[in-house]
Each structure stands twice: as structure tokens, then as C-alpha cells.
Design a protein around this ligand. Sequence first.
Ligand code: C2E
Ligand code: CA
Ligand code: CA
Ligand code: CA
Length: 277
Amino acid sequence: AKASGRGAVKFFVEDMALAVRRRRQLGVALRDALANAELSLAYQPIVALKDGRATAVEALLRWTHPGFGVVSPAEFIPIAEETGVIVEIGAYALDRACRDALNWPAHVRIAVNLSAAQFDRGDLEATVREALARTGLPAERLELEITESILVGNHAEVMTKLNRLHALGVHIALDDFGTGYSSLSYLNDFTFDKVKVDQSFVRDVTLPRNSKAVSIIRAVNAIGADLNMTVVAEGVETAEQLQALRALGVSGAQGYYFSQPAPADEIGLILLKEMAD
Ligand code: C2E
Ligand code: CA
Ligand code: CA
Ligand code: CA
């Protein structure tokens, strides 16, 4: 038992060393990813449950490296945040998304994810303003998705920044709602336009014995109605989940059930087809 224990430790240490090495290599490769045109955006519709039509489209970064292949954003975004290259990559995503959205019906908003590192830099407001000016996208068509990681830190400073962004006319959505720990206090001080209920709750919403997810979504929905925030459920994969969310009165949803993230031109066709129906 002792020998196998030691063996397990040895493999664990080797795995750790491999993981650290991959992380470092990806960090180096990410520096050139923009210049080498390895990054692109995929888009996923966010639909209104009342008619199934898209109200917004979320932009999701994709990275294909010649050596590493397709690297998931769940892996490379944290690395980009750590090295700081997310500031450049984030500005690219913002610009690209605004440009692509201009080709789509005007009632469809474009949602772009922001990292804490972008938010911490003093000039995020300028970056957003410039992206809008450069692309000509009306501010009210842009939605910025922020997570609770952005909200920790100097409360007054965070509030000032959120209010400045809001004053530009862009919408602010609180992403991954329910997975952090400070959301409720922030809801008291800032009126988000939208709250996105994390997919972990949606996953459990149809479990017969887990009514907790149902209670939580019902509560978020009540808060949303009171505070005038749109509530969107993330990660909807089945008709059963959709039905449960409808019964709870949730107004919007996003997930594989409706559409996988897809390239800009494909999403454009879907949106045009919706208009014609
Ligand atoms: P997120 O913002 O919560 O984005 C939703 C994630 O859920 C996306 O993963 C999306 O592809 C996935 N998803 C959509 N529908 C379903 C579904 O029905 N089931 C399941 N299981 N998943 C679904 P993705 O594209 O891998 O992105 C992962 C995360 O990476 C994002 O989570 C976001 O935090 C980050 N990310 C992606 N693009 C950007 C970006 O441009 N900037 C920043 N800062 N972060 C980004
Ligand atoms: Ca998001
Ligand atoms: Ca999310
Ligand atoms: Ca997430």
C-alpha cells in the first residue's frame, strides 16, 4: 500500500508539472494569437421565451493554435487574465462583435464578456466608447456581461465605473448569477439590465427531488421583476428544462437546445430567417 501510495504521489507530481508546463506554453502562444489571426468569435442567440426569437447574441472567443489545436476559453481566458493579454484580446472581441452585429437586425443586441482585468484598467470606458465610435454601433445595442469577480474590490470605485459605462447607454448584465457570494449586495446598489442565472441551476431544475434549484430560480425571477431586470437562464439543453423555466416565468433563455455557438454569418442567416417567419 505504501509503494502504491508513493506511486500515486509520483504521478500526481508529474501531472502537476505537465499542467504547469502547458499553462506556461499556452501563455506564450497567446501573446501572438491575435497577430497570427488564431482568435475568432462564435455567437449564440439569447431568446425570449414568449416567442422563441432572439433578443441578443452572446460573443464567445474561440482559439485554434497550429500546435495545440482548439483550446477552450475555459482554459485560455484565465491564462490571458493572468498574463494581462486579455486587455488586448478583450478589446479585439469588443470591436469584432460590434462590427458583426451591424450586419444583423437592429433589434438584436450584442453581448460581450468582460474580464476583471479589463475592468480594473482605468480606460475601459474609453475602450467601449471608442469601439462604438469606430464601428458605428448604437450604444443601446451593446450589452456588457460582467461576473461577480469584477465586483469584488473597492466598492465605490466599482460603482463609479459601472455607472459611467451605463451612462454611455450600453446595457449591463450580471453573468453566472448565483455562483459568487456578493451578488445580492450589488443588486442593492446597482440596477443591472439583465441577470443571467448560471447553468448549474438550470441543470437541476428538472430533477424531481431537487426543488432547491426551482426555489432559487423562482426567487431570482421575483427579484428581477421587482428591480426591473430581465432574467435569462443559461445552459438550456432540453425541452424539459425549457418547460420548467417557462412555468417559473423566466423571460429569456440561452443554450444548446436553441443553438450551438456559431460563426457570425450563420447566426446572421438564423436571425434573418426569424424576421421572415
Ligand atoms: P460564459 O460567459 O458563462 O459563457 C457561456 C458558456 O456556456 C459558453 O462556453 C457556451 O458555449 C456554453 N454553453 C452555451 N450553451 C450551453 C448549454 O446548453 N450547455 C452547456 N453545458 N454549455 C453551454 P465557452 O464558449 O466555452 O466559454 C466559457 C467561458 O469563457 C465563458 O463562460 C466566459 O466566462 C469565458 N469567455 C468566452 N469568451 C470570452 C470573452 O470574449 N471574454 C471574456 N472575458 N471571457 C470569455
Ligand atoms: Ca457570458
Ligand atoms: Ca454565464
Ligand atoms: Ca460561466
